[in-house]
Design a protein around this ligand. Sequence first.
Ligand code: HEM
Length: 477
Amino acid sequence: MSDSSAQESNNDSRQESNCPFAAFIPPYPRPHKTKSSFLLRFFRGWHSWLHVLFEKSYSMQMGEIRQPGGTVFMVNEPKWVRHVLVEEAASFPKHELMHELLEPLLGVSIFTTNGELWERQRRLVDQAFSLAKVQGVFPKMQSAVSSMLHRLDKMADGRDQEIDGEMTYVTADVMFRAILSEPLTADDARCIYESFLDFQKHAQRASLLMMYRLWAWPMRLACKKSAGKIRRVLSRIIARRYELVAKEGAAAPEDILSGLMQAVDPVLKNKFEYLETVDQVCMLFLAGHETSASTLAWSLYLLSRCPEVQERMVAEIREHAPDGELTFSAIRKLRLVSNVFRESLRLYPPVGFFVRTSTQDTVMRDKKIPKGSPILISPWLIHRHRTLWDRSDEFDPDRFDTPEGKESSKCAYIPFSAGPRVCVGKAFAIQEALLILASIVQRYRIEASAQHIPRPVGRVTVRSDNGIRVRLKRREL
Ligand code: HEM
C-alpha cells in the first residue's frame, strides 16, 4: 500500500483553514492502526522510516521492534530518554550503523565517533567554535541573508515557488562563510543540494538493508558517489587554505577553519592533522546546513498557512527593530519568531531519531535489554507523543508561553539532543534561523500554494518528498 494516500487523507477540512480561526494540523503520514510484520516494515521503510510508524508508537512509553538482525528498543519515556542521553551517556554510545552509513560523507568526525577519539575531537571542535564566537559570525550570516533576499526578490511574483532549494542555498552559504570565509557559488549550491538528496535516498535504503543484514553494497556505493561530490567541493577550498597558511607571513581569515587548524588539545597537546580537518569541516558543513535548511523550509510552509502569525511577527519585528535593521541584539528579543522556529522543530525535527548501543545487559521499565542492542530515541515521536504534549499534532507557536507547554518542553523537547552529545551548533543554528525567518517575514507575505500539500518523509533528515512550495509577495515598506 502506498502511504501517500494515507497522508493525503490526513489533510482534512480543519487543515484547509488558516489559523487562528481553526486548529491547523500540518500533514504527516497517518500512522498504521497496528504494528506491521517485518516484511511490510521493510517495504514501507524503503521509502521513509516515518511510514513504518503505527498508532501506538505515539503513545507508548517503550517499545520493541523485532528485526532479523536483533531487537531494537525504542525509548519514549522522558525519564529513560534522560538516562540514555544524559545520566548514563557513556554506557550508550552512538551505534556503529550510524558511522558506517555516514562515513562516506562525514568521515571520522565527532558526529559518529565514540570514546576517547570523540572526546579529543569534541575538545578541539568546541575550541574552534569558541574561537570563532557566535557573535563574531553574525555579520557573515547577514551577508548570506542579504544575497538570499536578492534571489528571493526575483521569486516574489505571487506564483508557486519551490522554497527548499533556496533554504539549502542560504544555510549552505552561511556555513561556507562561517567556516571557510567564502560565499557559495550557485553551481556548488546546486551540486550540494542534488548530491545530498541522492545521498539521503540511498542512505535510507542502505540503513534498512543493513538493519535486516542484507546485501547493501550497491546502495552504499551510491552513497559514496554522492558524498564524494560534496566532499570534493569542500576539500578544494581547505587545501587552498593549507597552502595559504604554509606561505610565510600570509594572514588567514578568522573563521571556523582557522579555529580548527589552530586548536590545541589541552590533554594530548596535539592538533588536527590535514585529513582530520577535512572530515570535521565536512561534518560541520553538513550537520550545520541540512538541519537548518529542513527546519526553515518547514517553518515557511507552516507560516504560509497562518497569515495571522506572520502579521504578529511583523509587529514584533517593528517593535524591536523600528528602523528595519535586524541587529544581533534585536534578533535576541524576537520571542514569537523564536517560538515559530521552536514549534517547527517540534513538529518536524530534522534529526528524527538517534541510535545508541547498550554496552551492557540492562533493564529499562520491565524490559530486559541485552548488551549490544540498538536503542532508538526519536524526537519525532517524543515531540508528537499523545501523553507528553497537548494537541500534539497542531501547529501552535504560542504553546511555549503556556504553563503546560513550558512543562512539556522541559521533559519532552530534544531537537538538538541532550547530554554530552548535544548539538555543538545549537546557539549558531538558533541565531541563524531567527535572522533568516525574521528577514523573510519582514520583507514578504508568504502565501500557501493552492494545490500543494507537502509529503513528509523520514530519511537522514525529515524532508518533504514533493518539495515545499509557497508564494511570496513583497510587502509595502
Ligand atoms: C536546526 C538546526 C540543527 C539541529 C536541529 C541539530 C540537531 C542536532 C542533533 C539532534 C544532534 C545529535 C545527534 C545524535 O545524537 O545522534 C546534533 C549533533 C551535532 N550538531 Fe547539530 N543541529 C543543528 C544545527 C547544527 C549546526 C548549525 C552545527 C554546526 C555549525 C551543528 C553541528 C553539530 C555537531 C558537530 C554535532 C555532533 C555533536 C557530537 O556528537 O559531539 N548542528 N545536532
